[in-house]
Design a protein around this ligand. Structure first.
Ligand SMILES: NC(=O)c1ccc[n+]([C@@H]2O[C@H](COP(=O)([O-])OP(=O)(O)OC[C@H]3O[C@@H](n4cnc5c(N)ncnc54)[C@H](O)[C@@H]3O)[C@@H](O)[C@H]2O)c1
Length: 349
């Protein structure tokens, strides 16, 4: 049966499991709170359902608890950081905080982060930047199973490679566009499969490369022993952006790109190229504020399409979900809950 739980109770439960898996109490809290915030934001795919996978990755040796990032190049607006296989929620925050400080000092920072374990919801890093008045762009690759097929290809060749853009809006909540370049996040297929649901056509191909609506094709081994694949969003254009994320987040950061046969490793590494810009230092701050707000007002004047909620700005659905779920509690499906319980038992939590 699904479980409805208050955010703080969920955070404590997950933190106790991560601590039993070797993290310091502070690290376990930070990671658990990041995962719960993803659930609160409506992105269950990147929420506490990831904790069992993190525990497996620690036991496998590829995710190293209590590990900090190290700066490998510090050259003004160019900064390289090694995540040292630490929790992405830890080394990612450390790296982005470093980049934010630098961008505030000199106006911009290009930050290359390699070898971070799973960074979770990338919008979290954009939210850190916009809270400091900075614009931020993030291109991320995923070294895990190759779950996404290239446009016109018949099997998975790369990950769900997320892209994210944050823009602060004066006097208003920020624009935070944060999405996987697959039509849906892989984790959403796990949740759909756990809930026994089919998904819309156009999201998936099976292990023979044929269209399917069964999310299980990317979650459990298929009859021939392989997996199906997700399709990219936006046809050839989304595919192009996914490749850009691999080249920027993987090749340019030094973290590496995906080019090997799939294996069963539980680790998920992310490389992330982040570009931070301080509008106050670009010399266009006045017109930036005025023009951004004029455009947003103009957008909002569009009449709602029939049977729709009307025009929203990226970031709004997440903020609305946070309000709702903070009040009503977070629903965790039965399979995910059982997986969390099992992960706890594995490490004696
Ligand atoms: N770390 C990783 O390896 C990894 C990999 C893939 C995805 N992710 C994360 O998964 C999460 C979910 O990705 P997704 O592709 O499923 O997200 P999604 O398809 O739900 O799209 C989310 C984006 O679209 C915006 N949006 C949604 N509805 C809107 C509307 N009606 N009007 C305007 N904007 C709207 C949201 O504000 C958000 O910016 C993201 O946080 C992403 O960073 C992480």
């Amino acid at each position: 049966m699904a479980v409805t739980i208050a955010p703080q109770d969920l955070e404590s439960k997950v933190a106790s499991i991560l601590q039993a898996a070797g993290s310091s109490p502070a690290e376990a809290r930070t990671v658990a709170s990041n995962l719960v915030l993803a659930n609160l934001s409506g992105h269950d795919s990147h929420g506490v359902g990831m904790a069992p996978r993190y525990v497996d990755a620690v036991l496998e040796g590829g995710l190293k608890p209590n590990t900090a990032m190290s700066v490998t190049l510090d050259a003004g607006a160019l900064v390289s950081v090694d995540g040292n296989q630490g929790y992405g929620q830890i080394v990612g925050e450390q790296a982005v905080q470093f980049g934010i400080r630098r961008a505030k000092e000199i106006g911009s920072c290009i930050l290359a982060l390699s070898r971070a374990h799973h960074l979770g919801r990338i919008g979290h890093f954009a939210e850190m930047a916009v809270a400091q008045g900075l614009v931020s762009l993030h291109f991320v690759n995923v070294l895990s199973r190759p779950v996404v097929a290239p446009w016109n290809g018949g099997d998975g060749r790369f990950g769900t490679n997320p892209c994210c853009i944050g823009v602060p809006l004066p006097g208003q909540p920020p624009f935070v566009l944060d999405f996987a370049t697959s039509r849906v996040a892989q984790g959403k297929m796990r949740v759909a499969h756990n809930e026994g649901r089919r998904v819309d056509p156009g999201y998936l191909i099976d292990e023979e490369g044929r269209p399917t609506t069964d999310p299980g094709v990317v979650v459990v081994p298929q009859p021939k022993g392989g997996f199906g694949a997700l399709m990219t969003f936006g046809e050839h254009k989304g595919y192009g952006l996914a490749v850009a994320c691999e080249l920027l987040g993987g090749a340019l950061t030094g973290g590496g790109t995906y080019h090997r046969p799939p294996d069963n490793a539980r680790t998920v590494y992310n490389g992330m190229l982040t570009i931070l810009i301080d509008p106050a230092k670009l010399g266009t701050a006045g017109s930036f504020a005025q023009e951004a707000m004029a455009f947003v007002d103009w957008l909002r004047q569009s009449p709602p399409a029939p049977d729709s909620d009307g025009v929203q700005l990226a970031g709004e659905p997440e903020r609305q979900a946070r309000e709702r779920r903070a009040r009503d509690g977070i629903v965790i499906d039965a399979t995910t809950w059982a997986e969390i319980e099992a992960a706890g038992k594995k490490v004696g939590a």
